[in-house]
Design a protein around this ligand. Structure first.
Ligand code: 6PG
Length: 643
């Protein structure tokens, strides 16, 4: 996978000729399982000939060589890091070497006495470097005042072990609190990108061994430290500290902050990567600001696998704070089709958690649509689970492609013995809250949000299982007309599903636009769609298309953009007839119904709201406005007095 923006570690083992940098660099690279490069192999032939002829290289000779190496290091950095053995004698050479490399570089200087160096060089056979050039190298050498200096007296194995120990002892760049499923995956993701990471899990009752077991399981990682002691964990981090919290949303976040705040310093950055409510995030941003600490509310989507291999990341809060942590978050994020990180600064305050909440609202409705399609196919078209899985799989090859459709096609045929597992799962949906929160938020802003709100209510209705069992016995089944044409039902459903998905995304993005306007967050919808094209749960072909749709028409309601007008005009009939067929068969299709109702309502010039206004005015003198008068004027009628 092309990871153009990833952050990778480069180690440069430097020193004059004979210091052993090639041997030690190669051994170190082998231990770290990263590629090794010897800078000598990059010399142009003229340089090699010059050295073989006993002439020292000058700055001019080295310039093209350093330029080639600089490009090579930048490539290595993007591709996963590496070790380079290079003389890198002068400060300006070292600067030139890393000029294109965006990741930090560790410098390991192998130093030794002239006698030892000379002895080693005279033992060498067939090397183009002539021993008497050593003096010129020693004269040129400007030992770095940073990095690690190691004496070459030791055996190569001992020197490599020392470097590994130094790497372990070095302070970590990034800290993570909370080794639950997501926390562990994110830590491993960070470590796998070469980031020095420190993790902490509180040894609360029942979790006494979590940190120790995690440390033992990953003892081979030189850039990972694990603690169950908070002060030690904090001590292990570079300042300003960058600490990501992966703890359950709600009081647990405040409890961790209460412990952390007294031990943090102004300028430190705390990132909340859980599914926190954006109101809480707003409050925490302000509260931590009083202590001089930055708080970044960061949506993370992608589940366990995403967290490990590359989630979609939605950080919000202070922009300067984001800039300081961007390279870490962008390194661990998924990448879009152009190799850019699926991570972008969303906006101020709780905007990161806000968009994650709406993401989950869209996710709830997308999941419900698939569940409703399954219900219709099974109950109305009498299709088997295998047939439905095959149909979903086929849909997933084309314009309907999505991660949720893909996993649904995969999970349906899963068997336990002779039974399909889905048939054994108790049919009462659970939820952690984000869908409901987004519905409440939509009510607060006054945005129609019916696909999402219906998907939340469908979960609540499903949870009434005991009552549903009683009611089913009392009511019996609706008498279903048996004249179903499976082919046409499937075709209508395909159109219905395509239409409902567009409506659901239109509703979700409109909610974000309106809230962004209200809080002046200036959320870029195209950029948001871009970071949702990979890593997150609602990634899909449609999301790819929305990137350019919102780029071209940033201020337009999705259902008014020509592409989608054409799509819905061609397919809305399928949506209406699918809902009608399902409802007449006694099936519950709340999100398909909400989609067609939204579409019909949105595209109706004349609604029935005039009757609502009249009723309000009748019983409560709430007034109304008139089509035939200025909308600035309000009217009241005594409705009991007929003219
Ligand atoms: C994600 C998911 C993730 C989580 C949901 C589940 O984007 O990775 O949305 O955040 O799986 O919150 O939510 P419910 O338990 O409410 O279905």
């Amino acid at each position: 996978m092309n990871r153009a923006t990833a952050y990778r570690e480069i180690i440069v083992v430097l020193g004059v000729s004979g210091s052993g940098k090639s041997t030690i660099g190669a051994m170190l690279a082998k231990h770290m399982q990263v590629p090794f490069d010897d800078a000598d192999d990059f010399h142009p032939i003229v340089n090699k000939e010059k050295m073989a002829a006993g002439q020292p290289l000058n700055d001019e000779d080295r310039t093209p060589w350093l330029e080639t190496l600089a490009y090579h290091i930048a490539d290595r950095s993007r591709q996963g890091g590496g070790v380079l053995a290079c003389s890198a004698l002068k400060e300006k050479y070292r600067k030139a070497l890393v000029r294109y490399c965006s990741s930090p570089v560790r410098w390991v200087h192998l130093d030794g006495s002239r006698e030892l160096l000379e002895e080693r060089l005279s033992d060498r056979q067939g090397h183009f470097f002539k021993p008497h050039l050593l003096d010129s190298q020693l004269d040129t050498l400007e030992p770095p005042t940073y990095g690690w200096r190691l004496d070459i007296k030791e055996k190569p194995e001992a020197i490599v072990s020392q470097i590994i120990e130094l790497m372990k002892m070095e302070k970590a760049d990034f800290g993570l609190v909370g080794l639950g499923v997501m926390g562990k995956s994110l830590v491993l993701n960070l470590a796998s990108r070469g980031i020095a990471v420190s993790a902490y899990n509180k040894p609360r009752t029942g979790e006494e061994r979590v940190a120790k077991e995690f440390a033992a399981a990953h003892a081979d990682r030189d850039n990972l430290q694990v603690y169950d002691d908070l002060p030690q964990f904090l001590e292990s981090l570079h300042s300003p500290k960058k600490i990501m919290l992966m703890v359950s949303a709600g009081p647990a976040v405040d409890a961790v902050l209460d412990e952390l705040i007294p031990q943090l310093e102004p300028g430190d950055i705390v990132i909340d990567g859980g599914n926190s409510h954006y109101y809480d995030t707003k409050r925490r941003v302000n509260f931590l600001r009083e202590h001089g600490i930055h708080f970044v509310g960061c949506g993370v989507s992608g589940g366990e696998e995403g967290a490990l291999k590359g989630p979609s990341i939605m950080p919000g809060g202070n922009l300067d704070a984001y800039s300081a942590i961007a390279k870490y978050l962008e390194a661990i994020a998924a990448t879009d089709k152009n190799g850019r990180a699926c991570c972008t600064y969303i906006g101020e305050e709780g905007s990161g958690h806000f968009v994650k909440m709406v993401h989950n609202g869209i996710e709830y409705a997308e999941m419900q649509l698939i569940a409703e399609a399954y219900l219709l196919l099974r109950e109305r078209a009498a299709m088997t689970i295998e047939e439905i899985a095959a149909l979903f799989s086929e849909w997933n090859q084309g314009e309907l492609q999505s991660y949720l459709l893909e996993i649904s096609a995969e999970l349906l045929p899963f068997k336990e013995g002779d039974d399909y597992l889905v048939d054994l799962i108790y049919d009462a949906a659970q939820q952690k809250g984000t869908g409901g929160w987004s519905t409440t938020a939509a009510l607060d802003v006054g945005v129609p949000f019916s696909t999402v709100s219906e998907s939340v209510m469908a979960r609540h209705l499903s949870a009434l299982k005991p009552l549903r069992v009683i009611a089913a016995a009392k009511y019996g089944r609706v008498c279903v007309p048996d004249d179903v044409d499976r082919t046409s039902l499937v075709e209508s459903l395909r159109h219905a599903y395509a239409s409902a998905r567009v409506v659901n995304h239109a509703i979700g993005f409109e909610m974000i636009r309106r809230t962004s306007d209200q809080y002046a967050w200036q959320i870029n919808l195209s950029e948001l769609a871009r970071i949702w094209t990979n890593g997150c749960i609602i990634r899909s072909g449609l999301m790819e298309d929305l990137v350019s749709a919102f780029e071209k028409f940033p201020d337009t309601h999705l259902l008014l953009i020509d592409t989608y007008v054409e799509l819905l005009k061609a397919k809305r009939q399928g949506l209406s007839s699918t809902v009608a067929k399902g409802i007449e068969a006694g099936l519950s299709l709340p999100v398909f119904s909400a989609s067609v109702n939204y579409l019909n309502g949105f595209t109706a010039e004349q609604s029935s709201a005039n009757i609502i206004q009249a009723q309000r005015d009748y019983f409560g003198a709430h007034t109304y406005r008139r089509k035939d008068k200025s909308l600035d004027q309000i009217f009241h009628t005594d409705w009991t007095k007929h003219s």
